[in-house]
Design a protein around this ligand. Structure first.
Ligand SMILES: [Zn+2]
Ligand SMILES: [Zn+2]
Length: 332
């Protein structure tokens, strides 16, 4: 099979021929129909996440068709279409797993990071960690749901739990793959969405308004109303401080990213009055089940740009430069 392989962080991916994997016990072999490109792939390729398996096949937003079934798998059959997310395996035995926080598992394995992912023609996945996908979404349209959608949803859920009252106004900082999906879900829930983009990104602001945001502006602007929560999807530490300035008393700033530049020092008065700052790490399978059920009910428009497998490096550089509206998706 052909795959785009990361041999060393900091170097471009190499198109290689790899032997086709055989599904082990509990696994399925998938023909990759589409695989989304996520900012986390950039952090891995650039060496900002420091423990990848090497060489590595990136990609953790995989839409695949089951073409082989390993021993003991009775929940899936050849021909089924499934989605593979970032969380690829957990131990079930560590203290985090035992208390229902599989996203924090001490021995977790992650698709496209410590397990080979979907920038390839085929991949294998643990059958317990894949999701059936709503029929309403084509292969390319479904790919961004699997990380951008799921992590956006988890960030939204944790913001809701952090504040402890029904959210009415939320701010989305960084209006890319995750925010453009979550915006539509939050609008369907009756919330007011305030979108924050790079300064001067009028195209991004128009995109947010088209998807139902009530206001869009630059990330250092103050919204016309204070926010119940601010959700961050850009890897820019100073945004934590900007977001704190825009949230109401008792409000939360929740960061959905896996990596961020340093957060600058800020005066305590910005945190005072029970404002909260927290992060989201990985996902639980529950997030996938809940989010995909919502995505089945609420038609979410996924705005995508498709690339061939050979164009994986171009997709990564377009994402790095902010040249993509919505989400990039590789189609092997
Ligand atoms: Zn565990
Ligand atoms: Zn991701």
């Amino acid at each position: 099979m052909r795959a785009a392989v990361l041999e060393r962080p900091g170097e471009p991916l190499q198109l290689r021929k790899l032997p086709l994997a055989t599904p082990g016990a509990g696994q399925v072999l998938l023909r990759v129909r589409a695989c989304g490109v996520c900012r986390t792939d950039l952090h891995i390729a650039d060496g900002e996440l420091t423990e990848p398996k090497l060489p590595l096949v990136l990609g953790h937003e995989i839409v695949g068709e089951v073409v082989g079934v390993g021993e003991g798998v009775n929940t899936l059959a050849e021909g089924d279409r499934v989605g593979v997310p970032w969380l690829g395996w957990t131990c079930g035995a560590c203290r985090y797993c035992k208390r229902g926080q599989e996203n924090l598992c001490a021995r977790a394995r992650f698709t496209g990071y410590t397990l080979d992912g979907g920038f390839a023609e085929y991949t294998v996945a643990d059958a317990r960690y894949v999701f059936p996908l709503p029929d309403a979404y084509g292969d390319v349209a479904a790919a961004p749901l699997l990380c951008a959608g799921l992590i956006g949803y988890r960030t939204y859920r944790l913001a809701q739990e952090a504040v402890g009252y029904p959210l009415r106004r939320i701010g989305l900082y960084g209006f890319g793959a995750a925010a453009h999906l979550l915006c539509q879900l939050a609008v369907a829930d009756g919330l007011e969405v305030y979108a924050f983009t790079r300064e001067g990104d009028t195209a991004g602001q128009a995109f947010a308004l088209r998807l139902g945001a009530v206001w869009a502006g630059g990330s250092t602007e103050r919204p016309p109303e204070t926010l119940d929560a601010a959700l961050l999807f850009a890897p820019v530490g100073p945004l934590i401080v900007e977001a704190l300035k825009s949230v109401d008393k008792g409000g939360a700033v929740v960061s959905g990213g896996i990596h961020m530049s340093d957060v600058p020092a800020f005066p305590y008065r910005l945190l005072w009055e029970e404002r909260m700052i927290c992060s989201v790490a990985n996902l639980e399978r529950r997030d996938g089940d809940e989010f995909l059920a919502r995505a089945s009910d609420v038609p979410i428009e996924t705005v995508t740009t498709a690339y061939a497998l050979e164009e994986a490096n171009k997709a990564l550089s377009d994402l790095r430069e902010g040249r993509i509206e919505g989400a990039a998706v590789l189609v092997p």
